[in-house]
Design a protein. Structure first.
Length: 296
């Protein structure tokens, strides 16, 4: 079982993530630490065995300009505070913009929190949060949330049905029980795709977004040396009926695929065979996301 992170390990992760942010966003208008004292306390705590746990959270602001054609004037500020147990617990983030109404701001922040809960527990996630804001925040400016009007409730319903394909990467998958879980859970959740055991391990699942997210939340709770979602595809379904879902699928069921490299005792997979398999399914571009090279 994964052991609990110690307070010092958490503190070290916080400091290294802050260093990363300040090197990526060197200008104060993008990233500003509002509480230097807390950072100093945190560093002191890491460096001195006898130091007390810091008493205050590190606080800072990330400013984000979304990449939207008409949003040149819009800026979103993310006021962030890191609880002492972060990244074991989620960061506290409040997104604001002068163009958001109160209800839009509440809606945006609640969706961001849901995203973090589903994707980021236990891992440093400030960059993911910033990316999410960059990609999604501008859309909330136009969202009118008056629940009284019938049109919005209809729109919300049709918006809900999403088809998702997750491409999961694991350092290795050998364990028989895990392999059985992957296949059983996919079946239970009506997901298709494939699982390639060995080193590295590759899992692809596709189906309703909610089912994919449930699958991921179960899989990542198992003990892994390293596992992550390498790529995610979301397609909005017009009707969301069975036929619409079937139309989007690139795989018919979920099966285990063993591409044994000859004579390698089955541990290392033949990536050339994986490439051709993906190519047949119209997913060759994914190979590069996994391995960073052309497959041929």
């Amino acid at each position: 079982e994964a052991t609990e992170m110690t307070n010092r390990e958490e503190a070290e992760i916080q400091i290294s993530e802050l260093d990363l942010l300040s090197s990526m966003f060197p200008y104060e208008e993008e990233f500003i630490v509002t509480d230097q004292l807390a950072v100093a306390e945190l560093k002191h705590y890491i460096e001195n065995e006898s130091a007390e746990m810091p008493s205050s959270k590190v606080q800072f602001t990330l400013n984000v300009k979304p990449e939207v054609s008409n949003a040149s004037m819009v800026e979103f500020s993310m006021a962030c505070a890191l609880p002492l147990k972060y990244p074991t617990v989620l960061p506290e983030i409040t997104v604001r913009s002068s163009l958001l109404s109160r209800s839009q701001q509440i809606h945006l922040n609640s969706d961001l929190k849901t995203y973090l809960m589903q994707n980021c527990s236990g891992e440093p996630c400030l960059l993911s949060a910033r990316e999410w804001v960059k990609d999604h925040a501008a859309a909330y400016i136009d969202k009118e949330l008056s629940s009284s009007s019938v049109t919005t409730s209809k729109a919300v319903q049709s918006e809900d049905i999403m088809f998702t394909r997750l491409w999961i990467y694991s350092h290795h998958i050998y364990n028989k029980q895990k392999r059985k879980n992957i296949i059983d859970w996919a079946k239970e959740l009506s997901l298709s795709g494939f699982c390639m055991p060995g080193k590295p391990g590759v899992v692809c699942v596709e189906g309703l977004q909610t089912s994919c997210e449930e699958f991921w939340s179960r899989v990542k709770r198992l003990t892994w040396k390293r596992i992550l979602i390498r790529h995610r595809e979301d397609v909005s379904l017009e009707g969301g009926g069975h036929a619409d879902i079937q139309k989007q699928r690139k795989f018919s069921t979920l099966e285990e695929k063993c591409f044994d490299a000859h004579g390698a005792r089955g541990n290392h997979m033949d990536l050339g065979q994986l490439y051709h398999f993906l190519e047949e399914k119209g997913c060759a571009d994914i190979f590069q996301m996994y391995f960073g090279v052309e497959g041929h």
